[in-house]
Design a protein around this ligand. Structure first.
Ligand SMILES: NC(=O)C1=CN([C@@H]2O[C@H](COP(=O)(O)OP(=O)(O)OC[C@H]3O[C@@H](n4cnc5c(N)ncnc54)[C@H](OP(=O)(O)O)[C@@H]3O)[C@@H](O)[C@H]2O)C=CC1
Ligand SMILES: CC(C)(CO)C(=O)C(=O)O
Length: 311
């Protein structure tokens, strides 16, 4: 299976690197700066699950794509998606599958609109990773699962082929027959985690230790849950129980990748991860108070950041 990994950042570098390490036919679509760094240093992954340096990983720049790929692993940030969609178009042929790893859901609509829903799988990854200033992919925790599936839940011949291609890689591949619900479940969890850790500029354990901290977290989780329920994707009780327990764990060092981006003064996926949830709300305006505050905070950060970037 010819696999194109879009972006060799934290998630693309990690999962694409693991696939390449396992002998799969992987090419990274990158921009010039990353191409240069990969040519100079190779693709370097530092991880408790095993360090690896892949020298001279195959790369291609936009404009050099001439033939379709079998599978496109989409691992860019949401704010780069519009450009990425144009860049990958020559790589999408009649049989191409696109497997997005982005958080949130809106990218599915955008990909469907451009390429047709038959090309777009459901997908998500659970990992904490970052690309450091030296271009090294740093895996920060013990999780490294990649879940994928047909959005209609079928175990098609093509999805089995995807599963086969991932079977030997050093991460946990999971073929799901409920991928849309899985994505909603993760979205509810992640929007709560990102919203609250950004708002409080602190990991879960510090928030829980603060007066009213747990109440604020659970309030935000409940707002997110409500939107999912309004959209026909209510998380199961077991999923919610687990989210509550992870999000209120004393001493937890957990924070969202969005908080890491925000603390570095970087761009964030405010609209994609939090705003879009609010946009799908079917609840009266006065409700969802924590979700509204979380979104207002992120947009205020973006406004301030854009002034700083412009000056
Ligand atoms: N990091 C994490 O722990 C997790 C992230 N996610 C989600 O995964 C998605 C990806 O995040 P993450 O991997 O952290 O992001 P990163 O910013 O680390 O990586 C994204 C990469 O995409 C590249 N890119 C952007 N535009 C293009 C383009 N037109 N052509 C080629 N490459 C391009 C960027 O390249 P360049 O270097 O040129 O800027 C960058 O290296 C997000 O939606 C995030 O929310 C989900 C779970 C965990
Ligand atoms: C849920 C979590 C923390 C892990 O995958 C994540 O997606 C993120 O930090 O963006």
């Amino acid at each position: 299976m010819r696999i194109l990994v879009v972006g060799a950042g934290a998630t693309g570098g990690y999962f694409g690197g693991r696939l390449l390490e396992s002998g799969q036919d992987v090419t990274f679509l990158v921009r010039a700066g990353r191409a240069e760094s990969l040519a100079r240093n190779g693709l370097v992954i530092r991880s408790a699950k095993g360090d690896v340096t892949l020298s001279s990983p195959p790369v291609v720049l936009a404009g050099q794509l001439t033939a379709p790929f079998d599978l496109i692993l989409l691992s860019c940030k949401a704010y780069h998606l519009a450009q990425v969609i144009e860049d990958i178009a020559p790589a999408v042929g009649p049989q191409t599958m696109i497997l997005p790893l982005l958080n949130g859901m809106r990218h599915l609509d955008l990909l469907d609109a451009r390429f047709g829903a038959q090309h777009v799988l459901g997908g998500q990854c659970v990992i904490a990773a970052t690309l450091n200033a030296d271009g090294v992919v740093q895996h920060l925790n013990q999780s490294h699962s990649l879940t994928f599936g047909e959005r209609d839940g079928t175990r098609s011949e093509r999805i089995e082929r995807v599963a086969q291609s991932m079977a030997k890689a050093n991460f946990e591949p999971r073929l799901s027959t409920t991928i849309l619900q899985d994505m909603w479940d993760k979205w509810v969890f992640l929007a709560s985690l990102a919203g609250i850790t950004c708002l409080m500029r602190a990991p879960v354990g510090d928030i829980v230790a603060a007066p009213g901290g747990s109440k604020a977290i659970l309030g935000l989780l409940d707002d997110c849950r409500r939107v999912a329920s309004d959209n026909g994707h209510a998380p199961a009780d077991t999923v919610l129980d687990r989210a509550r327990s992870v999000l209120t764990e004393a001493g937890s060092t957990l924070s969202a990748s969005m908080m890491r981006d925000l603390e570095q003064g970087g761009a964030i996926e405010a609209d994609h991860v939090v705003g879009d949830l609010l946009a799908r709300a079917k609840t009266a305006d006065a409700e969802l108070p924590m979700l509204r505050v979380a979104y207002a905070h992120l947009k205020a950060y973006e406004a301030r950041r854009s002034r700083a970037v412009a000056s």
